[in-house]
Design a protein around this ligand. Structure first.
Ligand SMILES: *Cc1c(COP(=O)(O)O)cnc(C)c1O
Length: 373
């Protein structure tokens, strides 16, 4: 079968290999069969390995849903009675966590920070000092809306110094840049299959400390479908998800993880880095500007300012590129108009070179002369 190859420069779902796409075409199987439970068992072990967790102490709990389900689950399940959450918030994804707290009526501190740079660690420390009832510190590793990378190791160190559990949204970083659950002082990280692991959307997972999950057994129960302990205990008892898993998506993830280990962590990180460099080179050659300093950027998302020209029309440029197999994506910043070019997925430097040919054509089609500077 010949499947058209699209280059997705949006922040996930990412471009997948054909072998991952085709891995979904399997004989029908009831997910309550032992064969399927064994597959899930290996998958969970591999996910702990990818996060550099401890196979004895840590576990991976899978859920059917997009990445946001993990944010919901961690926040509603891991907060003891009478305690507070502190969200170190410098972007759209940590703001989403604030919204989750709002929806559940959870007590929280929204430690709002400048979205264009890393958080003020002294303020984090001071807030923890003044609020001994904070039991859960939450932040986002890579703020996908801007491309900013947060100093989670330092925030985690502070959280632990004040006796809090540290939960990090690693959805857009895990499997693409270095991350180590323990060295980075993280108790729970999270991601979904369609981002760093280059599989299909619909399957998400939380990786972290078994003991902390067991301890949450008696915490207030705020959701049924989205309770971490309930899903974990079902996995431990039966090896299966509590409710119907996305069967074919699980097969695709299994294939993607096989390819992950075949490519090798170091090689994969190096590939994403060179794709990111090629994006920077292309943008600089065209004379466009960034919003995040390069030394604060994740190396996975480049946020580009809209050219300050009346002819510039994002949708027009987007459509021109889309028709030719390249997807670009708007930014997620309310104060500045940006678009994003991401280096997720099964792509390499030659794809970026091909993209910039088309992108420059699109600009010229809009009567924008290049380079702009
Ligand atoms: C993609 C992403 C999510 C999940 O978004 P969904 O639309 O639910 O898949 C969560 N956090 C971050 C940082 C992300 O990049």
């Amino acid at each position: 079968m010949d499947i058209k190859r699209n280059i997705l420069l949006n922040p996930g779902p990412a471009t997948t290999t054909d072998t991952v796409k085709m891995a979904q075409v399997v004989p029908d199987i009831c997910p309550r069969e032992k064969e399927f439970a064994n597959l899930m068992k290996d998958l969970r072990k591999d996910l702990v390995r990818i996060a550099h967790g401890d196979p004895e102490k840590d576990t991976a709990v899978l859920f059917c849903g997009s990445g946001t389900i993990n944010i919901d689950i961690c926040l509603n399940s891991l907060l003891p009675e009478g305690k507070k959450i502190m969200i170190v918030n410098n972007g759209a994804y940590s703001s989403r966590a604030v919204e989750v707290c709002e929806y559940y009526g959870l007590p929280y501190i929204n430690l709002k920070q400048d979205i264009f740079t890393t958080p003020d660690l002294l303020e984090v420390e001071k807030t923890l000092e003044q609020n001994p009832d904070v039991a859960l510190v939450y932040t986002t590793h890579h703020e996908t809306g801007t491309g900013l990378l947060n100093p989670i190791r330092q925030i985690g160190e502070l959280a632990h110094r004040f006796g809090a559990t540290f939960v990090v949204d690693t959805t857009s970083s895990l499997g693409m840049i270095p991350f180590d659950l323990h060295k980075d002082n993280v108790d729970f990280c999270m991601a979904s299959a369609q981002k760093g692991l280059m599989a299909m959307s619909g399957l998400s997972f939380i990786i972290g400390d078994k003991e902390l999950i067991e301890r949450s057994k008696d915490y207030p129960k705020r959701s049924y479908y989205c309770n971490l302990y309930l899903q974990y205990s079902f996995f431990e008892k039966t090896g299966e998800m509590h409710f119907t898993p996305p069967v074919q998506v699980v097969y695709a993830l299994r294939q993607a993880i096989k390819e992950y280990f075949e490519e090798g962590e170091e090689n994969k990180f190096a590939r994403h880095a060179r794709v990111n460099r090629a994006i920077h080179e292309g943008i600089e050659k065209l004379g466009l500007d960034y919003v995040i300093d390069k030394d604060k950027e994740s190396g996975l998302v480049v946020s580009v300012k809209y050219p300050n020209l009346p002819q510039w029309d994002f949708n027009k440029v987007h459509d021109y590129c889309f028709e030719r197999g390249f997807t670009i994506y708007p930014g997620k910043i309310s104060t500045t108009d940006t678009f994003r070019l991401c280096s997720l997925g099964a792509i390499d430097v030659n794809d970026i070179e091909d993209f910039f040919v088309v992108f420059e054509e699109a600009l010229n089609e809009s009567r924008i002369n290049t380079p702009l500077k």
